[in-house]
Every structure is written in structure tokens, then in C-alpha cells.
Design a protein around this ligand. Structure first.
Ligand SMILES: [Zn+2]
Length: 692
């Protein structure tokens, strides 16, 4: 049942103010099972009495019978509306529903109900009307749950609200009974302020308060109530946002009409403003912004109101409701008319990537395997990624896929879309679809090639995304990465159009860095081919490829050269060390130890000297070298002497003299320091220690 049906029911009871009308035999028949159930639950009998016109009942039976009719009528209305997906709430038709429920609960009091009872009547509605309206049966549990929650919440405030009402209305007499016992006559006007307080604090809809007042001979000062309501609305406008934790809590179930396949901007009414995780979202009845779905990112754009503009930073959806997330706290007001438009250059970049994703999917089937099943995708303005089940692509396959896609782009084939029944699409093995995905009755097929909308393209996919009009709009396509993301699942990252240009520029800069690093290692390498960032995208990509091939060659060349260089310097080191060792052996011939400085020697050379000296000199060796402001120390003690002198202890003792430290084993140890002016002191201390 839609809003229209609720409306007609409300009209049938003159906006709930008149339940005194005669109900027909047909209606009695329809209501009978519900009356029976109410009788069972309340212990009262329905007496078919009618109060005088304009009265809400003059005796108990009349009042009770009115309550029977109101409750029976409302449980039907509420069951249908909730089955249709409308929830009781604070705005629009959701509030209409809440009003109906609260009035029904209040009438339930007349029948002696103080606990939630309304939800117990859903069963009889489902039983008596479920044949005609099966959705009631299907959603019975849900309806009961919603009603019970609402009833519980309202029951909590109802008693207190009634008390406040009586106290204010009858002043010191506290209750209507005490008031009339005192012989006082009721006034005519109940203050709008009291009605507003009951509404604002206790959730009493105005019509409920009016009803309660009328029963006691009063009329509510409606203009005053309206004035207070308007003041509150003004206050609330500043803080109108509803805080929700998750998308499912959004009250508006009005679907947003997406017009963005064909239009770049559209007029729209603001339905609701919600705050979600600190962000503000505007819900509109129409939108041209694409909401993130099926891998395609949400649009950015603008909402333009009277003399004001809000930036849309993202668009998402909850069911059929679109959420336009806006920058900052400020938002349009509910009911405001705005123009909504998307960021066109960004959308164009996204569309290029979406259509080329379909071409990539097709080419993978052509070149790699029909079994390459799509596992997911991301389509954004800066790139696309496409996940599929497959073994790793060979370099040849990767090149072929890229080439085939670029050929299809150059063909400039039409891209079109059409809606067909899902049952028909299911029969077509040439239309790509995700099995297991939920599709509606009608599905949208996006095709590339063939007659526009003729369902005879070479690429056809069920897809809700937005696309370019011809493949030529895509521009040059480039696969930039192909990698594993899980066992048996590969991911291709690719760019097209302007994104390919941006990628080429960034890649050219990286290539320049690589080249400079190589040039630092070896002089005179062949210069990197040039890169012009203002030409055709295709030419830019070709330059990138040429530079890449050149860099690969240079890399090999420099590596080879480095290897030979290292070999040469190792040979050089050994020969220098041999000469020094021979000189030292000769100079210390006949001595028990060799303690000496090796000018300009670093740790590497000292080690090589010790290695060369040991076969020629059998005794403690201690060498110091100073090079580039650093001091290197090395000690070597023959194994048979380590019980008396240990190389590591020697180094630990001497290194601090040159401002350093070191260590090692008893037979061999090394150290380093910073103070070359103390080399003489270090040698002297080493001689002392070795003599001890
Ligand atoms: Zn798609």
C-alpha cells in the first residue's frame, strides 16, 4: 500500500477526527475478525453503538465502540504501510504513520490496555487479509517488531504526558474528575503552549492532544501551537541534521531518480540531511551524480541553491537512496530546491576507464582464456584495476592484450546501452554477468560495437555504470602493472586517456632518476632519449618504451663494468698489502712483535696487510692506519700466545686513546677511532701492553 492509500484512509476518517460514522456491513465483515481478537485481548465486547454526531462517545459502551473501530482501522493501515517499507519516523509520511500509531495506543487505553497490545493484532490481519495482500504475511515478524518497539517507546511517555495534560488543564483540581466534582465549568481554550510542550517533550501529535482536549470540552489554541512549531523549526534548521551510525538508519526511503546517464545537471528537492560518521550527506529526489557502485567510484560535483553552492565530495547510495556528501557543516535545508551537477572532467576520466575495463575484460577472454573470470574491479579517474582468475600473464600476453584493446579504441566503435528483462539476459551466454549477483526484473546491458542497442556487440556486460559514447573517446590505453593479489587471482592496473599522459609524465621522471643513478656509477654512458610531455599520448607512451629499453641496456652495461671494477680493485688491494707486509716483515726481522703505523690505510687494507704478514711473521701484530680523518686499528695474536695476550683486550684498551672502540676474538680484533693526532700514543700503549 502506498502513501495514497494511507491518505485515502485518513480522509475517510476526516483526518482521524470522526469515528462516529456508520460503518457498512462490508466493513463490519472485514473488521469482524479484528474485533474478535480485540475482544479476546481486552475482555470487552463490541456493541455496534454509534455516538451522536460530533461526539467521541457519551457513555462507556459508545466510547469503547469508537476505540474498537479506531484500533481495527489503524492496525490495518499500519500493517500495510510497514509491509510496504515505510517506518514510523519524524518526517513526512513516516510521521503520519507515527501519529496513527500513537493515536491507536491512546485509544487502547480506553479499552484498558496499558502494555503493548497493538503488535498482537498483526497476526489476525495477516490471517484475514493475507490471501489478498501476501506481503503482510511475508513481513509479519518485521511488522510486529516495529509496532512493539514504537508502542513500548510511546507507552513510556504517555502516562507522564496525560498527567501533565490534566494538571495544566485543571489546575489545582489535578484531574478532570476532581474538576467536574468541584462544579467548575470547563473553559474553551487550551493553551497552544501546553499542546506544544506535549508534542515536543512527550511526542503527542497535535491531533491527539486536540482529541483529548475535546473529550474534556476544550479546544486547542492551534495558531499559538503553530507559532511555537515555526519557532522550533527555525531553531532546528541550524541543527537539522540527523545523526546516523549506518546507512540503513536513513529514514527517507524515497528512491533517488538517477538521471546522470543522459544529463549533466538537474533540478532536485532536498529530502533529508543526515550526519554520518562526522560527514554531512544530502538526500535528493533526483540526481545526476553517480553513486559508488559496481567498482565505479562516486561522482563529485556541486549543489547550487539560491545564491549558494555546496561542493559534493563523494556520492554513495543506501538501497535506492543517493547520499551526496558535502564539504563542511553547512548544508541546504530540507525542502529546498537545488541544481545538482557532477564534475564533468572527472566523470569523463572515470567513464574512459569504465569502458576500457569492459574492453580489457573482452581482450583477456580473447587472448588469455575464456575462463578468466572477473573477480572485482575499481574504476576511478586516475586508474582502473581489474581482478580476474588466471595464471600470471606472459610478457607476450600482456603486450597482446594491450595491443588488442588499443586497436579497438582506434576503431572508434559505438558504445550503447539498453534495458532488457533479466530472464532474457540469463539465456545469453555472450552477455557477461556475475552469476549469483542479485538483479532486478530489468537489467542494463552495456555493449561495445555492433548496432547501437542491438545486443550484437563484441563486448556485452550487465552493468549500471556510466560510459563513453564511442571507444575513440577513451584515448591511449596502457597496462602499468600485472600482479598476484591472491592464489590464482591476478590484478591488472591500467590507465587510459589523460591518466595515461599523467602516468607517462611520472614514469619519465622516474626514468630520469634511474639514469642519473647509473651515470653516477659510470662516466660516459649513452644519453637517455628525450621525452616531450606536450605531444600525443600515443607518442608519449612510445617515448617511455624507448627510454625503458635504453635504460635496461645501460643497466646491464653498468653492472658488468662494476663487476670488473671490483675484481680489479681487489687485485690491487692484495698487491699493495703484499708489498707493505714484506716491508714490515723485513723491518721487524728478529723482533718479538710488530707494532707499526701504516700510512693512509683503512680497515680493509690493514686486514689485507695482516693476512699477508702472518705467514711471514710469527708474533703479536698491532697496526694503526689513518685515512680520511678516521683511524683504523687491528691486532693479531698467534694462538699459542693468547693465554698471555688477547687481541680483543688489546683493542679495547687502545681504541679509546684515538677516541673509539672495537672488539673481536683473542686471536684477532679490529677497532676504529676518530682522533688521528693520538696515533703515536696508541702505538706506545700497544707496545707496553704487548711487552707485559
Ligand atoms: Zn561495467
Amino acid at each position: 500500500m502506498g502513501f495514497e492509500r494511507i491518505t485515502s484512509m485518513i480522509q475517510g476518517t476526516k483526518d482521524f477526527t470522526d469515528f462516529s460514522h456508520q460503518i457498512s456491513n462490508y466493513e463490519t465483515d472485514v473488521f469482524r475478525p479484528i474485533f474478535d481478537e480485540i475482544e479476546k485481548l481486552s475482555g470487552r465486547k463490541y456493541g455496534s453503538t454509534l455516538p451522536p454526531v460530533g461526539s467521541t462517545g457519551e457513555n462507556e459502551q459508545e466510547k469503547s465502540d469508537v476505540a474498537f473501530r479506531v484500533v481495527a482501522d489503524h492496525i490495518r493501515t499500519l500493517s500495510f504501510a510497514i509491509a510496504d517499507g515505510i517506518q514510523p519516523g519524524n518526517t513526512d509520511r513516516n510521521y503520519v504513520l507515527r501519529r496513527i500509531l500513537r493515536r491507536a495506543v491512546r485509544y487502547g487505553r480506553t479499552l484498558g490496555f496499558h502494555e503493548p497490545f497493538f503488535f498482537r493484532l498483526v497476526d489476525v490481519v495477516a490471517r484475514s487479509m493475507g490471501a489478498v495482500f501476501p506481503e503482510i504475511r511475508a513481513k509479519q515478524k518485521h511488522i510486529e517488531e516495529v509496532l512493539r518497539r514504537e508502542e513500548e517507546a510511546f507507552n513510556k511517555t504517555l502516562d507522564r504526558g496525560i498527567e501533565i495534560f490534566e494538571q495544566h488543564l485543571f489546575g489545582p483540581f489535578k484531574s478532570a474528575a476532581a474538576f467536574s466534582a468541584s462544579g467548575s465549568k470547563p473553559g474553551v481554550c487550551m493553551s497552544g503552549k501546553l499542546a506544544f510542550e506535549l508534542y515536543d517533550t512527550y511526542g503527542f501529535p497535535l491531533d491527539l492532544t486536540q482529541l483529548m482536549a475535546r473529550e474534556r470540552g476544550y479546544e486547542v489554541d492551534v495558531p499559538e501551537f503553530e507559532k511555537l512549531m515555526e519557532e522550533q523549526r527555525t531553531r532546528a534548521r541550524a541543527a537539522q541534521k540527523k545523526e546516523v551510525i549506518e546507512l540503513s538508519q536513513i529514514e527517507t526511503k524515497t528512491p533517488t531518480h538517477f538521471l546522470g546517464y543522459d544529463l549533466g545537471h538537474a533540478g532536485a528537492d532536498v529530502q533529508e540531511i543526515v550526519a554520518l560518521k562526522g560527514k554531512t550527506a544530502v538526500i535528493l529526489n533526483n540526481s545526476v551524480c553517480y553513486a559508488e557502485m559496481g567498482g565505479q567510484v562516486g561522482d563529485t560535483g556541486e549543489l547550487i541553491g539560491a545564491g549558494k553552492l555546496w561542493r559534493v565530495v563523494n556520492t554513495q547510495h543506501s538501497g535506492n537512496t543517493w547520499l551526496h556528501f558535502i564539504d563542511g557543516e553547512d548544508a541546504p535545508v530540507v525542502g529546498e530546491h537545488v541544481t545538482v551537477e557532477y564534475d564533468a572532467p572527472r566523470r569523463a576520466a572515470i567513464q574512459r576507464h569504465h569502458t576500457v575495463t569492459h574492453l580489457l575484460h573482452w581482450a583477456l577472454h580473447e587472448i588469455v582464456s575464456k575462463e578468466a573470470v572477473q573477480k572485482g574491479s575499481y574504476v576511478g579517474p586516475e586508474k582502473l584495476t581489474f581482478d580476474f582468475s588466471s595464471a600470471a600473464l606472459t610478457p607476450q600476453q600482456r603486450r597482446d592484450v594491450e595491443k588488442r584493446v588499443n586497436e579497438k579504441i582506434e576503431e572508434n566503435a559505438p558504445v550503447s546501452w539498453t534495458e532488457i528483462p533479466y530472464v532474457e539476459a540469463k539465456k545469453r551466454s555472450d552477455i557477461q554477468q556475475f552469476f549469483g549477483d542479485k538483479y532486478g526484473e530489468l537489467v542494463r546491458v552495456v555493449q561495445v560495437g555492433g548496432q547501437p542497442a542491438g545486443l550484437n556487440g563484441y563486448s556485452m556486460e550487465l552493468c549500471g555504470g556510466t560510459h563513453v559514447r564511442t571507444t575513440g573517446d577513451i584515448g591511449s590505453f596502457r597496462i602499468v602493472r600485472e600482479e598476484a593479489i591472491a592464489a590464482g587471482i591476478r590484478r591488472i592496473e591500467a590507465v587510459a586517456g589523460d591518466a595515461a599522459r599523467d602516468w607517462a609524465k611520472a614514469e619519465a621522471a622516474k626514468q630520469q632518476e634511474k639514469f642519473e643513478a647509473l651515470a653516477r656509477k659510470k662516466d660516459g654512458i649513452a644519453a637517455l632519449p628525450g621525452f616531450a610531455d606536450d605531444g600525443e599520448t600515443k607518442a608519449m607512451l612510445e617515448q617511455i618504451d624507448a627510454r625503458s629499453a635504453h635504460l635496461e641496456k645501460l643497466g646491464t652495461e653498468v653492472l658488468e663494468w662494476e663487476k670488473q671494477n671490483a675484481k680489479a680493485s681487489e687485485t690491487d688491494l692484495r698487491s699493495r698489502a703484499g708489498t707493505i707486509a714484506s716491508e714490515l716483515a723485513e723491518a721487524h726481522g728478529g723482533q718479538k712483535s710488530c707494532v707499526a703505523e701504516v700510512p693512509n690505510a683503512d680497515a680493509k687494507l690493514l686486514q689485507a696487510v695482516v693476512d699477508a704478514l702472518k705467514p711471514k711473521f710469527n708474533g703479536p701484530i698491532f697496526l694503526v692506519g689513518g685515512a680520511d680523518g678516521r683511524v683504523a686499528l687491528i691486532a693479531s695474536i698467534p694462538k699459542e700466545l693468547t693465554s698471555k695476550i688477547q687481541a680483543n683486550k688489546l683493542i679495547q684498551e687502545v681504541a679509546p686513546i684515538v677516541g673509539g672502540k672495537g672488539g673481536g676474538r683473542p686471536e684477532g680484533a679490529q677497532g676504529a677511532g676518530k682522533d688521528a693526532t693520538k696515533i703515536g700514543d696508541a702505538l706506545a700503549r700497544a707496545r707496553e701492553l704487548i711487552l707485559l
